[in-house]
Design a protein around this ligand. Structure first.
Ligand code: ADP
Ligand code: MG
Length: 611
């Protein structure tokens, strides 16, 4: 990598074969290109600065190979690169860059300063460009290495500037970019200064684990399991998180392919498969996966920002990734860290005799009339449920009442009596679903969705009455969040406090928490905050309304608090039915998924041709 090649203009033939695309979307993408150039130049120290989220200034200084005057001038031309020469080179790219486009593209939309000095040379060159036009080129005295400063990004492209978000949001992206590259290259000492304050100073010659500790904390590192795997074609190393760290999105999956932060759909499928049943539906594990494979077996020329790669032998890659993850999980220090391996848990209630029990004191108006709703001839769930669940998922509280009203009106005309006065828990099927027999049919309940609904209503009721019981933590916890999550938490600190969290900023993206709602006894605080942040982010523009944000927080919390356990005691199942029966809106979970599916005996009789 450090071996020096001349910079050349690519021939039209080569240039046309490169997956071109706009590489400059926002300050963080400029930052990415500059970091990659410094890494490709063999730097052992990189100093980065950003001001106002990078909108005012992004600067990267390295002690890499540097450029002489001619190279510095050529570097800012389109399709000028020292990294490939001919079409054949595209087949085995070992550098991060290769298109020769970034500096030209960046210099065209900013006030740009490049200063570079080749190793061993006494004088360096400074090039000043604004909006793509060279303003000045001169000799300067400077240490060997390169400085690139990008000011006022998009100053000459108002249409693009409009798409920039707040400085805080852009800054979160810059921080994220720094984290990704710092993880990818622990060998390089790296420093980041944001708005004049040092955000991170990371020593060089480090290991991946040192980087994880420096960026995310000791506690975080402790929950990771090492990966070490080698097959004839690929080597994998890094860390995977215990299942309890999993979150609702893939924001904490760091995948590096030959040192390049990138991913491939095949790897995502392999990761899911590697964890198999250890994760609840929709949860994604935390992981830091370094894939080393012969560059000739990877195509990095797929995506303009090189975020995605393709493997020439996807099957082998997939098998290797699954095996690597499974081996790592199998090495978990305690069985508690990785519960009930791969779905082999025995039903706890097996020995108990199912019994009939009565549901008493149900308010007559909402005593589970939904199951009485006529299913259509195909046996599909009633239309209003599906239609309304979508609204519920997207729309928040006001919509949630609608299905009840509709159900009631229908139920009233069709079947006045509640079928739920008596019900019997038959047991669990599919290792999860609770099968209930009522006097009028059978019900399949998703216990996770049901539990989520019950928790959510309890929590919201207590919150709206201003009575959320809080619980002090024995030891206050410092939690280091990913930049985007931190941004959301920071913006909603007041709300979180109102909702029972005693939380304070602790510098950078860290927060100190010393009390939380007593409601969620078993959840990992960090996962809880990350999930809340994700839900808050998902509210998008609707998030300007306090109620929408309150609900996002509560939904995330309740989802996180739901028992991950699939097998339930009989009494637990019964309790859940009773609790759900007294919920305002028992038919869907707060996210809009159904909690219950009802089939009437009448429907069965019809299907069996008995009627
Ligand atoms: P690419 O990285 O795809 O080659 P760039 O436009 O990012 O294209 O850079 C063009 C060329 O400028 C690189 O190939 C490299 O030779 C040179 N260059 C850019 N940044 C640096 C740096 N920090 N140190 C040394 N050389 C650099
Ligand atoms: Mg580059």
């Amino acid at each position: 990598m450090v071996e020096k090649h001349p910079i050349r203009l690519l021939s039209a033939e080569v240039a046309n074969k490169i997956a071109a695309g706009e590489v400059v979307e926002r300050p963080a993408s400029v930052f990415k290109e500059l970091l990659e150039n410094s890494i490709d130049a063999g730097a052992s120290h990189i100093e980065a600065v950003a001001v106002a989220g990078g909108c005012r200034l992004i600067g990267v200084t390295d002690d890499g190979a540097g450029m002489n005057r001619d190279d510095a001038l050529l570097a800012i031309e389109r399709h000028a690169t020292s990294k490939i020469r001919d079409v054949a080179d595209i087949e085995h790219i070992a550098t991060l860059g290769f298109r020769g486009e970034a500096l030209a593209a960046i210099a065209a939309v900013s006030r740009f300063r490049l200063q570079s000095c080749e190793r061993g040379s006494m004088v360096g060159t400074e090039v000043l460009i604004s909006g793509g036009r060279i303003h000045d080129v001169r000799e300067v005295g400077c240490p060997s290495g390169t400085v690139v400063e990008v000011r006022d990004l998009f100053h000459n492209v108002p249409a693009r500037r409009k798409f920039l978000r707040s400085a805080a949001t852009e800054m979160a992206h810059v921080r994220q970019m720094f984290i990704v590259h710092a993880l990818a290259h622990p060998r390089i000492a790296m420093r980041l200064t944001l708005d004049g304050r040092e955000a991170w100073r990371l020593p060089g010659d480090a290991r991946v684990e040192d980087r994880i500790r420096d960026l995310l904390g000791e506690e975080y590192l402790r929950q990771l399991l090492p990966v070490r795997f080698q097959s004839s074609e690929v080597a994998l190393h890094g860390y995977v998180g215990v299942p309890s760290m999993a979150r609702g999105d893939s924001n904490e999956q760091f995948i590096f392919i030959n040192g390049r932060p990138a991913s491939a759909p095949i790897l995502h499928r392999a990761i899911r498969e590697g964890y198999h049943s250890l994760l609840a539906n929709g949860r994604q594990p935390v992981l830091f996966l370094f894939v080393e494979v012969d560059p000739a077996l990877v195509d990095v020329n797929v995506h303009p920002a090189k975020r995605e790669v393709r493997f020439r032998h996807p099957g082998e890659m997939r098998d290797a990734a699954i095996a690597a993850i499974r081996q790592a999980l199998a090495r978990a220090p305690s069985p508690a860290a990785v519960p009930a391996a791969l779905g082999l848990a025995m039903p706890a209630a097996a020995a108990e005799q199912p019994r009939l029990f009565h549901i008493e004191n149900l308010p007559a108006t909402r005593a589970f009339r939904y199951p009485r709703l006529p299913l259509d001839a195909t046996g599909r769930p009633p239309v209003p449920l599906t239609a309304d669940s979508t609204t519920v998922a997207g729309g928040g509280a006001p919509d949630e009442r609608q299905p009840v009203k509709q159900d009631e009106s229908r139920a009233d005309t069709e079947t006045p009596a509640s079928p739920w006065t008596v019900c019997r828990v038959v047991g669990q099927i599919g290792g999860l679903y609770v099968l209930l027999e009522t006097d009028d049919g059978y019900v399949i309940m998703d216990p996770h969705a049901a539990h989520e609904r019950v928790l959510y209503e309890r929590f919201m009721r207590q919150y709206l009455q201003g009575q959320v019981p809080t619980q002090g933590l024995l030891v206050p916890e410092t939690v280091e969040l990913m930049p985007r999550d931190a941004l959301q938490v920071r913006r909603n600190l007041d709300l979180l406090r109102k909702m029972g969290f005693s939380i304070a900023e602790f510098g950078g993206d860290a927060f100190l928490i010393d009390a939380m709602p007593a409601f969620f006894p078993d959840v990992t605080l960090r996962t809880l905050l990350a999930d809340m942040a994700q839900h808050l982010e998902d509210t998008g523009d609707r998030g300007t309304k306090v109620r929408v944000r309150e609900e996002a927080i509560a939904k995330a919390a309740c989802k996180a608090a739901v028992k991950a356990r699939d097998n339930l005691e009989l009494t637990e199942m019964e309790q859940l039915v009773v609790d759900l029966a007294s919920a305002e809106m028992p038919y869907t979970c707060p996210h809009g998924r159904p909690t219950l599916l009802f089939t009437s005996f009448r429907e069965l009789r019809r299907k069996f041709g008995r009627e």
